[in-house]
Write a protein that binds this ligand. Structure first.
Ligand code: COA
Length: 500
C-alpha cells in the first residue's frame, strides 16, 4: 500500500509552538473569533529580507545556505513546511492541492460534515466507498469536517487560517466571501497567507457564472478549434479546463510562496478557467492572426482548396505545428478502435519517409520534394503512407519509423496505459491501497524532481483527521474537542440533532 499518513507533518514542525498554542487554547466562541489572535502568524518562519535595501532585494532567497550533503532525495520534499488550507472541491482545485501535496506540502482539506466533496459520491463503482473521481484527485491530503457556516466552525477556520500558508478554493463566485472569508479578513488574521482561487471567468461580464470543465473548453477557444471542419465543435477528453487550470494555479501559488520570501506578505492568486484554456490554445490564436495574411497552408483544407472563413477552423487531426501530420489506420483497425498511428511528415526526414513507404521517386519529384510542394498534396500523401501503415501494427510501425527518426505516435488506449510497465516504473501510474475500496490504479505525479521524490498516499476518508487537527495543530484540549463535537460544528446534521 502506498503509505497512508497517520501523523500530521505539522506536529513534527513545532512541538514548542503547539505546546504554546495548547496553553492558550480556549473554546472558540464567535466573539473570540472576531478578535485576531495574539499568536497570528507566530509560526517560526524565515525572516523576510528587508525590502528597502537595494542589495537585499537583489539577494536570492536561501543563497547563503550551504548545499545539502544529504543523499539526493533525502533532504526533504520541495514544499516541506508549507501548509495548505484546502477548500477545494470537484476537479480543478483538488488537482492543484494534490500536486502541491505530492511536492511535499501538508494539505488540510476542509469538507462539509456528513457530505464532503460532492465527488466522493459521484460515479461510484464500489458501494459505500469513495468514488475513484474523489480518490484519484485527493491523494496526499488530510480531511477535517467543518460546517463553515456554524459560528464555532468559523472560529476553528480562523485558527486554521492563522496556522496555514496558503488557502486554496474553487467555490462559485462570491461563496468564500459569503462565508465571511474575505481577503481583508484573511489578510488581517494572517498577513502571510496566500489565497489561490479558481473561477470560471476573470473579471468581466461572466465573472459571476458557475463553470464546469466543458463550459471552459467552449469559452476558452478549445471547442471551436477541435473536431472536423464539417462537424460540430468538440470537447476533448483531456481535462484542460479543470486539471489544466489546477496546474496553472499550482504554479501561481509556488511563485507567490517564492515572492513571499522577499516581501514577507501573501497575495491573491487567481486563475480563470477560460484564461487557462485559452493559454493552452495559444497556437490557435496565433493562427487567427495569420489568417489576415492569407490561408493557413498547413491546414489540410488548404490542400483541398476549401476557402477559409474569418475564424480559425476546426482542423481534424492536422498537426498544430509547422510539420504536417495525420492519424492513420494500422493493421487491425477494422476490429480495434485504437489501431491507429499519428504520423508526421517532418521535412528533415522526408527522404527516409519516401524509402520506408516505397516511394523513392518522391525524393526528387518536384511535386513532392519540398515542404511547400507537398502542402497541396497532403491528403494524397497521407493516403499513400496509410497503405504502408495498414500492413503493420501501430507498434511495429512505430518501431520501424523510430529507426529513421521519423516522428510518430501510437494511439494508446486507457487499457494500454494502465498496463504499461514503464509508466509504473516511473511512478506516473501507481497502485494505491484504500481501506474501503481496496487497491486501485491512479496517475501519480507527472512532475519528477530529482531531490524531491513523490510518495503517493491514499485520499482521506471524510473527516478522518478532524480530531487530530483540532488537538495537534489547533491546540484544543480534550474537553474543548468534546464541546466542539457537541456543538455540531464538525459533525453531520443528523448527529447534531442527536447531540441536541
Ligand atoms: N460548510 C458549510 N458550507 C459549505 C462548506 C462547508 N464546509 N463547503 C461549501 N459550502 C457551501 C458554500 O459556502 C456555498 O454556499 P452559498 O451558496 O450559500 O454561498 C455552497 O456550499 C455551494 O458552493 P458552490 O461552490 O456554489 O458549489 P456548487 O456545487 O453549487 O457549484 C461549481 C459547483 C464547480 C460550479 C462552482 O463551485 C464553481 O463555479 N466553481 C468555480 C469554477 C470551478 O472550479 N469549476 C470547476 C469545478 S471542477
Amino acid at each position: 500500500m502506498a503509505k497512508a499518513k497517520t501523523k500530521m507533518g505539522g506536529t513534527k514542525r513545532g512541538g514548542g509552538r503547539q505546546g504554546a498554542s495548547r496553553r492558550r487554547a480556549r473554546m472558540p466562541r464567535p466573539k473570540a473569533a472576531a478578535k485576531p489572535r495574539a499568536d497570528a502568524g507566530s509560526r517560526k518562519r524565515a525572516k523576510p529580507r528587508a525590502a528597502s535595501s537595494s542589495k537585499s532585494t537583489r539577494a536570492k532567497p536561501g543563497a547563503g545556505i550551504k548545499p545539502s550533503t544529504l543523499p539526493w532525495g533525502e533532504a526533504g520534499k520541495a514544499l516541506q513546511g508549507v501548509r495548505i488550507l484546502d477548500f477545494t472541491h470537484v476537479q480543478s482545485g483538488p488537482t492543484c492541492t494534490q500536486l502541491l501535496g505530492w511536492l511535499g506540502a501538508e494539505v488540510i482539506k476542509v469538507e462539509r460534515p456528513g457530505v464532503g466533496d460532492i465527488t466522493r459520491g459521484q460515479l461510484r463503482d464500489v458501494p459505500n466507498a469513495d468514488s475513484l473521481y474523489f480518490t484519484m484527485l485527493n491523494h496526499n491530503k488530510q480531511s477535517i469536517t467543518i460546517d463553515s457556516k456554524h459560528p464555532i466552525g468559523r472560529a476553528i477556520l480562523d485558527r486554521l487560517i492563522e496556522r496555514c500558508d496558503v488557502l486554496v478554493e474553487n467555490f462559485a463566485p462570491g461563496a468564500l466571501e459569503r462565508l465571511g472569508l474575505t481577503w481583508e479578513h484573511i489578510h488581517k488574521l494572517n498577513p502571510r497567507m496566500i489565497v489561490g482561487s479558481v473561477k470560471g471567468f476573470g473579471p468581466g461580464p461572466y465573472a459571476d457564472c458557475k463553470v464546469y470543465e466543458n463550459v471552459a473548453q467552449c469559452a476558452g477557444g478549445s471547442a471551436s478549434t477541435t473536431g472536423f471542419r464539417d462537424g460540430p465543435p468538440l470537447v476533448t477528453g483531456a481535462q484542460i479546463g479543470d486539471s489544466g487550470t489546477g496546474l496553472h494555479l499550482a504554479l501561481g501559488i509556488v511563485c507567490a510562496l517564492y515572492q513571499r520570501h522577499r516581501t514577507g506578505r501573501g497575495q491573491k492568486v487567481l486563475v480563470a478557467m477560460q484564461d487557462g484554456v485559452l493559454n493552452l490554445c495559444r497556437v490557435k490564436l496565433r493562427d487567427q492572426q495569420r489568417l489576415k495574411h492569407g490561408p493557413l497552408a498547413e491546414y489540410s483544407q488548404y490542400g483541398e482548396s476549401i476557402p477559409f472563413g474569418s475564424a480559425v477552423p476546426r482542423a481534424g487531426n492536422d498537426s498544430g505545428g509547422g510539420q504536417p501530420g495525420w492519424i492513420l489506420k494500422c493493421k487491425g483497425w477494422e476490429e480495434d478502435p485504437n489501431a491507429y498511428l499519428y504520423f508526421i511528415t517532418q521535412a528533415p526526414v522526408w527522404e527516409a519517409i519516401c524509402d520506408v513507404i516505397g516511394e523513392p521517386g518522391w525524393k526528387t519529384d518536384p511535386d513532392y520534394a519540398t515542404p511547400s510542394a507537398r502542402l497541396p498534396r497532403l491528403k494524397q500523401i497521407f493516403a499513400r503512407v496509410e497503405q504502408w501503415t495498414t500492413t503493420k501494427t501501430k507498434l511495429e510501425a512505430m518501431e520501424i519509423l523510430n529507426r529513421y527518426d521519423i516522428p510518430c505516435g501510437p494511439i494508446l488506449s486507457m487499457q494500454e496505459l494502465a498496463e504499461d510497465e514503464s509508466l509504473r516504473r516511473t511512478g506516473t501510474v501507481v497502485e494505491v491501497d484504500h481501506p474501503i475500496r481496496g487497491r486501485y490504479l491512479t496517475v501519480g505525479n507527472p512532475i519528477k524532481l530529482s531531490d524531491s521524490p513523490t510518495e503517493v498516499t491514499r485520499s482521506p476518508l471524510l473527516g478522518e483527521h478532524t480530531e487530530q487537527i483540532l488537538t495537534e495543530l489547533l491546540g484544543y484540549a480534550p474537553d474543548e474537542v468534546a464541546e466542539i463535537k457537541q456543538s455540531g460544528a464538525v459533525s453531520a446534521p443528523q448527529k447534531r440533532a442527536a447531540a441536541a
